[in-house]
Write a new protein. Sequence first.
Length: 323
Amino acid sequence: MLIVIPRPDGASCGLADHARVIAAEASRRGIPAHVCPWPQPWLPSPNTPVLLEFTPLAYSRVALPWRLLLRVLLRRLRGGRVVTYFHELPFTNGNTWKRQVAVLLQQFFCILFAGLSHQAVVNQQDGVRWLSWLRPQSPPLFLPSFSNVGESDHVSEPSDRPLQVVIFGSAGKRRHAHQLVAELGGYRQLFGPTVTVLDIGEPLALPSSLHEEVDILGLLPAEQVFAHLVQSRYGLFYSEPYQFSKSGVFAAYCASGVVPIISLRTHQHCDHFLSLSQITDSPDFLLRSDAVWVNCRSWYCQYSTKSCASEVIKAFNLSAVLA
């Protein structure tokens, strides 16, 4: 199996991490797999299945990667199998006509990719319907993001963990979370005076009011990240409430037994996370931690690394090695 990513294999990014986890799981099942950064040439043999880790802007500054589309078309014409995993989908988030036209073009390209693929995979339910336009008889497969930093079948419940909050993910989203917490009075105000707060990722500048509340750990190997997660009770992540299925950070929290808290000013109720606004309005919302923990663990059991790898392998008709 060849797994195509948009940047060099050594790069630190969600798509590369996702590809490496899939490759490791495939290899464990006896399927040779390696990661190939675009635009390096793909292996010529049509018998080699290709998994394309896809998000439009990663392959083109204007999110219209026509060279990649031609490569997929050529491979399909030669009888090759391509599965496209859509990590991001373009949705209209602006009112200008230029933005709306750009999104329509980007969606059209995504529809073409889905139509040319042996199988399309999405991590957002919203994309299933319109990506099926060219191939309504073969709709995309829904597979939420899994954890890129590890997972465990047995993790402690929230009440058995120290009062520790972790903030993990990209610098921009972590910065947003810290800023919102600062506006709400700080971590000690929200979680109690004995709370420990860990920031994991590319170092960033904290709001001045949080300097004494947050320990900056910086970039860490995946196994060290997971070791900190399994010792944390809560974890902040940034996502739209209806898009948490595409968040690798949310998946990592579920995989490690961390109770996710969405860092948005939202009162929307969800069985799979708490929100900072709810905690601010009523600290009793933290009493829902155990129920959220159970829901997240049940969710992740359905969409773990092993489950995702099994579905990808099935899409390539390699069911003989699913054990």
